[in-house]
Design a protein around this ligand. Sequence first.
Ligand SMILES: *Cc1c(COP(=O)(O)O)cnc(C)c1O
Length: 404
Amino acid sequence: MSFAIPPPPTTPLATILPTEPLLLMGAGPVPIPQAVAQANGVIINHLGPTMDRVIRNVKQMAAYAFQTRSDKIIGLAGPASAAMEMAVSNLCWPGRRVLCLKSGTFSGRLGEMAERVGAEVVYVCSEVGRPVTLAQVQKALSERRYDVVTMAHGETSCGVKMVELVEICRAAKEHGALTIVDAVVTLSAMPVHMDEWGIDVGVTGGQKALSSIPGVSLCAFSADAWNAVEAHPKPQPHWCYDALLAQRFWGSQQYHYTAPVPGVLALHEALRLVAEETLERRFRRHEMSSLAMQAGLQAMGLTLFAPEDVRLNSVIAITLPDGIDSARLREYMAKAFRVEISGAFGLHTVRVGQMGEQCRSHNLFKTLYAMGMSFSRHGAKLDVAAGMAALEQGLAGDHDNFVE
Ligand SMILES: *Cc1c(COP(=O)(O)O)cnc(C)c1O
């Protein structure tokens, strides 16, 4: 037999990957705990009693993370964007009016998705480096009627948090609109109280605050949101993201599509670690870690992009000092220190993550040192020692919080 296409030259993965992996300190993916990595290497049948137990646990632990009594919690194969797409495509359709609160790439993506399923979308845009405000939302809601309001709790692209999220959700509910909240970088890193705050659909991915792997994401629907899901004109345009079909698997253990089994097992372990740490302690660890990192960066002489009153702790955006090239800086940092941070979406910043396993003292010291030395090497006038001292001071006194 002859084959038109000969076998290509092959390269074992081990020769492609660096011998010492880079420390992932960017905006995601983030380092994963050993238990998550191990679970990700396991495959079992996606149907049957073992998987049923796993799914029940994942839903229960996810309900804790979201702080919801809803049992309409659906995991899906796909990035966080797929969970956003599930939320949007089940609540929005032609004739529905959507108010998209946009302060950057991710919050804007929800609006793009709503347009694609035929909804009429109006954007309320924030000032650059600030979140959309309650006053802006109230004004928009007073002008027209909306069915759905979308927003991101943490806007990763610029390191900004929606500080009036609770009030905005309340205003939306009073207006009679459903709320979709992207909690990808905030769920399990800072308080998210889905039921209490009136969030109708909460969305997260694996590879950010939860410190799991990318590719398995979560969508939690309130009772009001589920009524809208059931009222969606048939058929829903997306077969994979149809929440009613997905609920067959996540609600009654029947086949929808083959679940991404290793990723679900990994998510199980990530959520278990959240529950064991408890949200209270996990929030404290994240807050302390990020504030110490922010103090260190500033004591070195760097400027943070987002003003303090709206600064997101999960992802810190740093204004690039004049004359420093982001790509060259980051390439040097990876080579010299084996630490990787993120560039930006069009802004003159670099971003350092403070999510999940990133918030461990050994990672913080290594990263801040790497950043200080790399910025200095590329021409910034920094006091690296002062920064390291400020980091140490910020973490002092609560060492136990940072032990894995
Ligand atoms: C990363 C991110 C997303 C998208 O996640 P993907 O897994 O890349 O689809 C959405 N929202 C926010 C706030 C994010 O940080």
